[in-house]
Design a protein around this ligand. Sequence first.
Ligand code: NAG
Ligand code: NAG
Length: 325
Amino acid sequence: MARARDAALLLLASVLLPLAAATIVPSAPAAAPEDPRCRATAPRRGALAVYPSDMEQLQFLLNAKFVEAEWFLHAALGRGVDFLDRNLSAGGPRPSGARKAALDFRTTEVAAELGYQEVGHIRAIRQAVGGFPRPAIDLGADRFAMVMDDAMGVRLDPPFDPYASSVNFLLASYVFPHITAAATMGISSSLMGFLSKRLQASILAVEAGQDAVIRLLLYQRADEAVPPYQGHTVADFTRRISEWRNRMSGCGAKDEGVKVLDRQQGAERRTISNILGAGDDSLGFQRTPAEVLRILYGSRNEQIPGGFLPRGANGTIARGFFQLA
Ligand SMILES: *[C@@H]1O[C@H](CO)[C@@H](O)[C@H](O)[C@H]1NC(C)=O
Ligand SMILES: *[C@@H]1O[C@H](CO)[C@@H](O)[C@H](O)[C@H]1NC(C)=O
């Protein structure tokens, strides 16, 4: 019933909205591009757009962005970045193990949108500060199964398959945007150029949104068991994946599930829902590149590649750790 009513409303809206747009919008004055009130605040005189030291920080994000782009696009469409733009990989190897997930229609839409967003970010970073070839990426089901076993502290039987259902896909997706958002936060204080800062903020805005979308979709099912794992709810999975990330990164508690056990961890110490995981004063968590690599490698060590990046991340920062090993 509700669905039929919604459909009718949607139909009505789709008929009326274009009419409204046709009759009302053109009468509003189109903003002139040269209108100074439409432009972002000008950078101060003599400010540089990008400092050399900004470049490696922003490029570092490409590693996580490639993982996310390939993950979301393959899950939604069964094909990845190369299908959209052959140049973006710059000759880096194709990801292994990624495939189309068994998703319902809405989840497919969400996955595709997030994947396309990541492609845009890769292009934007490349254009602003250059980049490196796509690193080797492993998105095999067994890779996720290992993460989930490690996070849950049990050998899940059957092994967790991130491609098997919408809820499994959302739980697997939970692993990524939170790390990338925290990494994007983490570089903020070292960036100096005005273009670098603008790019960082623009990426963070969308990345944090991605994390929120995934987390909200999981929160809506927080108390449901994840089939076929009796006794493990969605909230339980998120809590344990967050603890796993804290354990891998080894820099304290910067991560919480979508539903906390103690209100003390919620917003203003008053909520059990924890849809936007955040620290004191509801400020986002920051992670350093080393922490991010420890998680993506699943090795607790930024010098030991593995996990989703079996041959390691690329760029000056990640290679720098590598050379220390
Ligand atoms: C890829 O690069 C080639 C050569 O530089 C260029 O001609 C082509 O337009 C690029 N493709 C895309 C989708 O940007
Ligand atoms: C890293 O990027 C360089 C080019 O900048 C490339 O030659 C090298 O093969 C890449 N390494 C890995 C592990 O992807």
